[in-house]
Write a protein that binds this ligand. Structure first.
Ligand SMILES: Nc1nc2c(c(=O)[nH]1)N[C@@H](CN(C=O)c1ccc(C(=O)N[C@@H](CCC(=O)O)C(=O)O)cc1)CN2
Length: 285
């Protein structure tokens, strides 16, 4: 068996075309959505992701506000930038690129954001809304995964989903999305304390590998026909390496590759969150 590809690049392009139409409609009503980004430090991955986010904005007609701080910025300096974006009317939504450099605490920064401008769905209010089933911005990577599966016709209803990794951007929140009535999946969250990871993986209909451990998921861990999404990425001497071993493609029914899978979807759902927030704002006019 060779897995069918869950093509994040093509799916994200289709979503961006749909969003461009909605942005044009907002502009006709005098509303220009604007994405702000706060990028601290010189991590090359974070710089590349943020560049990608602003490139996407230009493609769909969303305005860009870019805030950059050096790696030795203080907690107070980062928080001051967040306060500025809270007050900036041109910025309808924004994100703080994670992780922050060592020595900075992301949680107080996220808490300081205006929840109505949270484009990442990572503010405590947004995560609380998700837990309570109240509409609001959804975390971009989990949202992108759901959308990628949905647009390829991969069944979530009743599926056994095994997630590996408990980071805040994926593992912590994806269970909240996938166990909603609309998705109706059963979710197991595995992490470094999990006793027999292979046993969990082998019974999964869908695997979301978001641990940041090179080739953690091997072909022998995957049930034939399962859908496997490679989310984690590690920078090694051999270049960027995902969490899923290439031989998994011979066993899985569906494979979301890395790159070209969940990454572009994360960016597309960020734009979606910005457009939805602007539409909510337009409905109040
Ligand atoms: N504030 C946030 N920080 C982080 C998030 C997030 O959702 N919000 N997620 C990740 C990084 N991330 C988004 O910021 C991200 C990761 C990957 C991609 C992407 O498009 N990847 C491409 C490859 C790009 C390259 O090689 O440089 C792909 O997978 O094809 C976009 C965004 C952690 N931080």
């Amino acid at each position: 068996m060779t897995a069918q590809i869950l093509d994040g690049k093509a799916t994200a392009a289709a979503i961006k075309s749909e969003l461009a139409v909605r942005v044009a409609a907002l502009k006709e009503r005098g509303i220009t959505p604007g994405l702000g980004t706060v990028l601290v430090g010189d991590d090359p991955g974070s710089h590349s992701y943020v560049r990608g986010k602003h490139r996407d904005c230009a493609q769909v007609g969303i305005a860009s506000i870019q805030v950059e701080l050096p790696a030795d910025a203080t907690q107070a300096e980062v928080e001051a930038k967040v306060r500025e974006l809270n007050e900036d009317p041109a910025c309808t939504g924004y994100i703080v690129q994670l992780p922050l450099p060592k020595g900075l605490d992301a949680n107080p920064v996220l808490e300081l954001m205006d929840p109505d401008k949270d484009a990442d769905g990572l503010h405590p209010t947004s995560l609380g809304r998700l837990a309570l089933g109240i509409d609001g911005p959804l975390p971009c990577t989990p949202f992108g995964i759901v959308e990628l599966l949905r647009r390829h016709g991969v069944e979530l209803n009743g599926a056994d989903v095994v997630v590996v990794g408990r980071g805040v951007t994926v593992g912590r929140s994806i269970g909240l999305l996938l166990t909603r009535k609309s998705e109706n999946a059963t979710v197991t969250l595995c992490h470094t304390g999990t006793r027999d990871l292979s046993a969990h993986l082998r019974r999964a209909d869908i695997i979301v590998a978001a641990a940041g451990v090179p080739y953690l998921v091997k072909a022998e861990d995957v049930r034939p026909g399962a859908a496997v999404l490679d989310v984690g990425v590690s920078r090694t001497e051999a270049g960027l390496v995902g969490d899923v071993h290439p031989a998994v493609a011979e066993v899985a029914g569906w494979l979301s590759p890395n790159p070209g899978g969940v990454g572009p979807m994360t960016r597309a759902m960020l734009l979606n969150n910005i457009v939805e927030a602007a539409e909510r704002q337009a409905a109040q006019l």
